[in-house]
Ligand binder design. Structure first.
Ligand code: UDP
Length: 425
């Protein structure tokens, strides 16, 4: 029997690396979405159950305090890496060495000895691998998205070769990898050659108390929406991979062409060019008066939108998990989504929503019409959807991730982990 190794204080310390984006960032920007929610919620859950969680992120504003608590035993630490303002994600990769040095400097000043490093996204993985080596701690990584997968999902996507090489190296050497779906596990093994034994499938969570069904009329009243109108909702980052153009083109094919509204939630100043293109598309298709670009909405206010909507559309080219679909389902609003990635494990086609195998407007329009024209079908899908997502709780995510940590820490600070290279010897 192995005895779990614990630091002298009895409290395990985890350095969470979220280099390019902060769990405190405003959501719905071009780069801020599911991963920010994930890091924030998981850190809070793990902190509440006694881990000491330090989330290290790049300082992107001069005014941000060095240390900011986000819950019991959980704090965000801003470290300098490049200019203290928002910069392009690609540029952040040039400052990872500085980021890593400053994390180590902070930890030394703070006398923080970490038992484990947990990195999110490839850039954090690069810094996290170095930190874990320096601290002789196991390295857990979650990629959230993978370059090879993005490029296969949408042919015009391009990613720097350095990213793919880095992902390969991180995947090969990490003590453990967390993925949100079986689908991603398969891709990591087939495209990146990662060893299956180190990959842990942990579905994401949703705050089921926040995202809960409520009165549609009240929600519409609160948002200034008409009662009898059909409301089609999109929520998410405004970027090509989300397939918002497919949604707009599908909406243009709805036969009942006067009584519907497409609400597009998400997007900040950095998404302006993309929003302009989508507006032009709506104009060209003659439905601009049906499409509203709402901008980013505070996470806590989103339940109003999901409840006001008749149907939520997730037309993405790829989703590693797809939190928006689960949030909508938790509010009892059925989803019409692409049959891609994690969405295939959260939505049951024909029971809680519809999964569309083709990335083209016609089948989306067809399923949208079917749902919008049939109140009973929507109600029954909505009820089934809420039931289906009861299993996705942040507490479950924290349980599973804590099991991954326990397994690594059971054999002491080296984690007893086996990299692919070591396994091959
Ligand atoms: N989100 C938000 N406000 C917005 C737009 C999005 O709070 O204006 C949140 C949304 O509720 C969800 C996350 O951003 O929790 C998006 O996650 P998802 O997994 O759907 O997409 P990703 O960003 O990971 O591609």
């Amino acid at each position: 029997m192995t005895t779990a190794w614990r630091p002298a204080t009895g409290r395990r310390r985890v350095a969470v690396i979220s280099a390019h984006t902060s769990p405190l960032a405003t959501l719905g920007g071009r780069e801020t979405g599911g991963m920010n929610v994930y890091v924030r919620e998981l850190s809070r859950e793990l902190g509440a159950r006694g881990y000491a969680i330090d989330v290290y992120t790049r300082r992107d504003s001069a005014g941000a305090p060095e240390v900011q608590p986000i819950g019991p035993n959980a704090r965000v630490i801003h470290v300098d890496a490049g200019p203290a303002r928002t910069i392009e994600k690609e540029a952040i990769a040039l400052h990872l060495d500085e980021f890593e040095r400053n994390v180590r400097a902070f930890a030394a000043r703070d006398r923080a000895a970490y038992d484990l490093v947990h990195s999110h996204y490839w850039m954090s993985g690069v810094a996290g691998a170095q930190l874990a080596a320096a601290w002789d701690a196991p390295h857990v990584v979650m990629f959230h998205t993978l370059a090879e997968v993005k490029m296969r999902a949408r042919l015009s996507e391009s990613e720097p070769p350095a990213r793919i090489a880095a992902e390969r190296a991180i995947a090969g050497a990490a003590s453990a990898i967390v993925v949100a779906s079986d689908h991603e596990k398969r891709l990591l093994t087939s495209l990146y050659g990662a060893g299956e034994a180190r990959i842990n499938v942990v579905p994401c969570g949703v705050d089921l108390d926040l995202f809960t069904p409520s009165d549609k009329r009240q929600a519409r009243l609160a948002l200034g929406l008409r009662e009898g109108e059909r409301i089609i909702l999109f929520v998410g980052r405004i970027e090509p991979l989300k397939g918002i153009d497919i949604l707009i083109s599908a909406a243009a094919q709805l036969h009942d062409d006067e009584n519907f509204k497409v609400l597009i939630v998400g997007g900040d100043a950095r998404a302006a060019a993309e929003v302009d293109q989508l507006r032009e598309l709506a104009e060209r298709l003659g439905i601009d008066h049906h499409v509203s670009f709402v901008g980013a909405v505070e996470h806590g206010k989103l339940p109003l939108y999901y409840n006001a909507a008749d149907v939520c559309v997730v037309p993405s080219y790829y989703e590693s998990f797809g939190l928006v679909a689960v949030e909508s389902m938790a509010c009892g609003t059925p989803v019409v989504a692409s049959r891609v990635g994690g969405l295939t494990s959260t939505i049951s086609d024909g029971q809680t929503g519809y999964l569309i195998p083709w990335r083209c407007p016609e089948p989306f329009a067809e399923r949208l019409e079917l749902l919008l024209d049939n109140d009973e079908l929507r109600a029954s899908f909505g009820q089934a959807a809420r039931q289906a997502v009861e299993r996705f709780r942040w507490a479950n995510v924290a349980d599973a991730v804590s099991d991954v940590y326990d397994a690594l820490l059971a054999n002491g600070p080296d984690g007893g982990s086996t990299t692919d290279e070591a396994a091959a010897r």
